[in-house]
Design a protein around this ligand. Structure first.
Ligand SMILES: [Zn+2]
Length: 319
């Protein structure tokens, strides 16, 4: 998904999130942990000296992390602004901790231990932080979204995602979504796992969970307008006969998907069909073109038709 296109809505969400209060000290650590996992880099320098550096594009997120580190861990990061030709001239904020501050951070995240002689040993490469409390889980999802998340403008499609640097983070994100009663879908993009939400209600709930309440209102307005527009289009485009035939076919497809799900489980399907089945079951009223728009990446009407036909065939064979 191209970044710029989504910058406005996702950017608005982030601008709202970074203005939230820092929260309890347990949540502050969760936020620091999430930002370390999404945007932090551990560097080993000569003599086994370790330093931590963060890189991020969103100005507000860099400021929030700076503030969190200062407030929660009393360390003083250095924040500078770099325009890297390596990243296509994109501007990034670089936040670096000196050796001593890095040690404080790594210990707070249970990544390192210091023995009596003051020697530090790295215990793990990813932070360990208990996410047993609901408040901390919300804080983690929020900061992970700030560090590695984006969402499509709901005018165009319903899509919210977190890019996971490694499979363990993807797994953690999926678990957190599950705990919040949501079903994250994940797929590979450029060798990285992306965990995403594709349903409007869940995206809206997630915005609320993260604390972006004005974005929730904005999104709900867009949803209502979009539904009204879809309905009006449908009424204008199809005569009654066609639309009835379309609804019949749609219902048959939704039923087929449900059958597969009940009999053998959607997980037995190839990824492409699984996603199609889920979207059709959730949207029995949408046209093929509209379903295509909901897929990521979007599919043509004929590709949608092809997949649905295969699903119906599979269901028929199960009979
Ligand atoms: Zn907490």
């Amino acid at each position: 998904m191209p970044r710029d296109q989504n910058q406005s809505f996702a950017g608005g969400v982030k601008d709202e999130l970074i203005r939230l209060p820092m929260g309890k000290s347990c949540c502050q650590i969760s936020e620091i942990g999430a930002l370390t996992r999404t945007s932090g880099h551990l560097q080993v320098r000569g003599g086994g000296r370790l330093t931590v550096t963060y890189r991020m594009e969103h100005t507000g997120t860099a400021r929030r992390l700076y503030q969190l580190l200062k407030t929660r861990l009393q360390v003083s990061p250095v924040l500078r602004y770099a325009q890297s030709p390596r990243l296509g001239g994109r501007r990034t904020w670089v936040l670096s901790l000196n050796e001593n501050d890095s040690r404080i951070l790594l210990e707070a995240l249970h990544m390192a231990e210091t023995d009596e002689e003051g020697r530090m040993t790295i215990r793990r490469t990813v932070p360990r932080h208990p996410l047993t409390r609901q408040c901390c889980r919300r804080a983690f999802l929020r900061a992970a979204f700030l560090g590695a998340g984006t969402m499509a403008n709901p005018e165009k499609s319903y899509h919210m995602e977190w890019r996971a640097e490694d499979e363990r983070l993807a797994e953690a994100l999926r678990r957190l979504l599950e705990k919040a009663g949501m079903s994250g879908v994940s797929y590979e993009r450029k060798g990285k796992t992306v965990v995403c939400l594709k349903r409007a209600e869940q995206i809206s709930d997630m915005l609320a969970l993260m604390g972006a309440s004005s974005s929730v209102l904005k999104m709900e307005n867009i949803r209502v307008n979009r539904q009204t527009r879809l309905r009006a289009n449908r009424a204008a485009n199809c005569d009654e006969h066609n639309s009835e035939r379309m609804l019949d076919a749609a219902q048959r497809q939704a039923r087929a998907c449900r059958d597969i799900s009940l009999r053998v489980g959607l997980f037995t399907l190839p990824q492409a069909l699984r996603e199609m089945a889920r979207v059709r079951m959730e949207n029995p009223e949408l046209s093929l073109a509209e379903l295509g728009e909901m897929m990521d990446p979007p599919l043509s009407k004929s590709a949608v038709n092809h997949r649905l036909r295969r699903l119906v065939e599979i269901a028929d064979r199960l009979e």
